[in-house]
Design a binder for this molecule. Structure first.
Ligand code: UN1
Length: 500
């Protein structure tokens, strides 16, 4: 299928793709696929004002009715799964299976949010005063700005959007400059869902702002944007976090990861091998949950690492739209430079590198395809503590589990983690208060590929935010504690006497 047909199948004709001068290229072959119109600062301000106005109407709509809009969006996504999955692949280079998986995450979170729309539960609390009732309730918060990254161009939007919408918050999306087409395609689906829904979906309820960094800055600066949920680098998150904290806005940050797996002596190595490969080379190592560090017990190192190297040698690298490909391209030349620099640093720090070079046979001209790299390291050197958004797996040995956990936690980031073991003592220790310090901790599965039902996010430099399932919805609402006195007396709390 030509690039143009993939775009058209998602409703993106020349009226959209040839409307301006922001050039979008595909990492598949480096070719230009669109020239988009970008929003000026004034247009972004106008969108913020429209979103804030939409809040006035949307917060009045009962939550289960708001859920109906998200149900309709889920239906649109189901119908468009194949086309949208293909566009995800075209725009960010992940293989088609993963493109489909990303759209499935969107469908799943819509289903979750529909149920949630009837379950925004509060609490009743025992009051210490006679004839008083105390309760805690949740109210809509306001306009929610959503900043997304190129590597997951649509799913993280949906984790925020589906939940924010049922919580009563309008949404304004600033997609990555590298992946705005998927955002425009999704916005079309939202608009279809809105017209099927009826007139109680206000204009401005869901908007997209195609812009560079200034688009994100407008969201972080405006008092009207009550919540800013941002996915991206630690450097970006630091700026967003500070700007939003300055005005006492709320931030939900999902930043970098430097995810590790501990392979213990009792591990099922067959399973570990598959999990390592999927999580280290999937999305060409460009997931925030990608496996970047492998901490292997010295007793199984020689049974595992040579096999891993031979699996790596046989990986199908190439066109991500082609059936059977497992590793697609890097997003751009800058990603390749970062990978190259990291491998040079790893070597200088005592590492032995396998793979990492350009893959030129059987790969589309113009794209940047690499052989995923394994770097056997003498220890957790400086470069291992950095997140390089590329398929580099640093491998280290350990002898004692406490040391392995210390190594595991000894990096700035705290997103996802896992252990392969069949020893209950080890797995429980890993999940305990003295185990993994990450937001996500798994046993006998890799660190990537989380389901939407759990809260997604991590600690330390990962930013501390939680999105998606569990009670992450509370981040999109304001909490209200209410006390009602139904007696004819006015007793004060704490037994204070204040007679007038
Ligand atoms: C990301 O890379 O920003 O857990 C998100 C996973 C996916 C989401 C990754 N469900 O790997």
């Amino acid at each position: 299928m030509t690039h143009e047909r993939i775009l058209r199948a998602c409703g993106l004709g020349p009226d959209v793709t040839q409307a301006g001068d922001h050039i979008v290229t595909t990492p598949v072959d480096g070719s230009e696929i669109a020239r988009l119109k970008t929003d000026s600062r004034g247009e972004i301000e106008a969108k913020i004002a429209r979103g804030a106005a939409a809040f006035e109407a949307w917060r009045r709509v009962p939550p289960p009715r708001r859920g109906e809009l998200v149900r309709l969006l889920g239906e649109e996504l189901r119908a468009a799964k194949a086309e949208l999955g293909r566009l995800v692949t075209l725009e960010c280079g992940k293989i088609y299976q993963e493109g489909l998986g990303e759209v499935q995450e969107m469908i799943d979170i819509c289903d979750f949010a529909v149920g949630l729309s009837r379950q925004l539960y509060g609490l009743t609390i025992a009051s210490e005063r006679p004839g008083h009732a105390m309760r805690e309730g949740w109210h809509p918060m306001g306009l929610c700005g959503i900043i997304t990254a190129f590597n997951f161009p649509v799913a993280p939007w949906s984790w925020n959007a589906a939940i924010a919408l049922v919580c009563g918050d309008p949404i304004l999306w600033k997609p990555s400059e590298k992946a705005p087409l998927t955002a425009l395609a999704v916005q079309r689906l939202v608009e279809r869902a809105m017209s099927a829904f009826g007139e109680d979906a206000p204009e401005g309820l869901s908007q997209v702002n195609v812009a560079g960094a200034e688009g994100g800055q407008a969201l972080t600066a405006s008092e009207e944007v009550r919540i800013v949920s941002a996915t991206g680098s630690v450097a970006m998150g630091r700026k967003v976090g500070q700007a939003v904290a300055q005005r006492f806005g709320r931030c939900i940050l999902e930043l970098g990861g430097n995810n590790a797996m501990i392979v213990a002596p009792s591990a099922d190595l067959e399973m570990a091998l598959r999990a390592i490969t999927f999580s280290a080379v999937g999305t060409a190592g460009q997931r925030c949950t990608s496996l970047r560090r492998l901490i292997v017990h010295e007793s199984v190192y020689d049974a595992l690492i040579p096999r891993l190297k031979s699996v790596y040698e046989g990986l199908a690298i190439g066109d991500p739209l082609a059936e059977g490909t497992l590793v697609g391209p890097l997003i751009d030349a800058a990603a390749h430079e970062a990978m190259h620099a990291a491998l040079e640093a790893a070597q200088a720090q005592g590492g032995t590198i396998h793979g990492g070079e350009r893959a030129r046979t059987g790969t589309p001209e113009g794209g940047i395809y690499v052989h995923p790299a394994i770097a056997e390291m003498p220890g957790q050197t400086a470069i291992v503590c950095e997140e390089t958004f590329a398929p580099i797996l640093y491998v280290m040995k350990y002898r004692d589990l406490d040391d392995a956990i210390a190594l595991h936690n000894g990096v700035p980031q705290g997103l996802s983690s896992c252990i392969f073991t069949t020893d209950l003592r080890e797995s429980e220790a890993f999940l305990s208060a003295i185990g993994s310090d990450c937001g996500i901790a798994n046993v006998n599965i890799g660190p990537s590929g989380a389901e939407i039902g759990g809260a997604f996010g991590g600690e330390k430099a990962t930013g501390g935010g939680r999105e998606s399932g569990s009670d992450a919805w509370k981040g999109y609402m304001r909490r209200q504690t209410a006390t009602v006195n139904y007696s004819a007396e006015l007793p004060l709390a704490q037994g204070i006497r204040f007679d007038i």
